[in-house]
Design a protein around this ligand. Sequence first.
Ligand code: SF4
Length: 194
Amino acid sequence: MSSYKGRITAKLVSNHYWCPALAWLKVHGPGIAWSPPHFTAEHARLIGYDDLIGSILRDAVEKLAQDCEITGIYREKRLWSSALRVSGSIDALVTCRDKNIIIEAKLRHPRRDDPAYVQAGVYMILAEHNDYRGVEAYIASPENIVKVNNTWIITALKEIRETHKTLSMNSPPPPKRPSITCRTCIYRRVCPYS
Ligand code: SF4
C-alpha cells in the first residue's frame, strides 16, 4: 500500500533528483529487505558511524563558526514547511547573532552534481520558511568543507514540486540518467527500467 500522504522529506527530494523512479519505488514499491528496517541511533553508535559523523560536524562547527557569536547548536534539527509539504532533519544547525549555519556531514566529498546539494538546498528553503535569516549551508566531509551555492535553492524548489508530481503518478517515471547508475541501485530487482 502506498505510503504517500502528500508529505515528503528532503532525502526523498534528493533521491528524486538522482532518479525519479527511485523516489517513486521508495514510496510505492515493495519494501527492500536488505536495507535495515529499524536502523537506530544505537546501531549507529555500535558501528562507530555516529562518532565519525560527530567528529566531522565538530570540526566543521569549529571552522565555520569561529568568528560568530553562537546562540545555539542543534543536532538532527527537524524542520517542516506546510506550504511545500516537505520536512527535513539537518545534521547540525548553528544559530549565531547575525547568521544561521546549516551543516550536512558526508563520509565522502560529494561530486559537483551530487544529490547532497539538492538536500542542502531543501534545508536552506526549510530554514527560510521557519524564519531563520542569513542562512548559509555547507557540506562537510573528512576531506573538506564546501559552501552550497544559493542556485541549489532554485533546483531544490523545482525538485520538491516534481517529487510531489511523481508520487501522485500510478507508475514510476523513466530515469533521467544513464542505466549505469542502476548497477548499484537497491531497487534494480523491482524496477521496470533496470
Ligand atoms: S534501477 Fe535504475 S531506473 Fe530503477 S530506480 Fe534504480 S537507478 Fe532508477
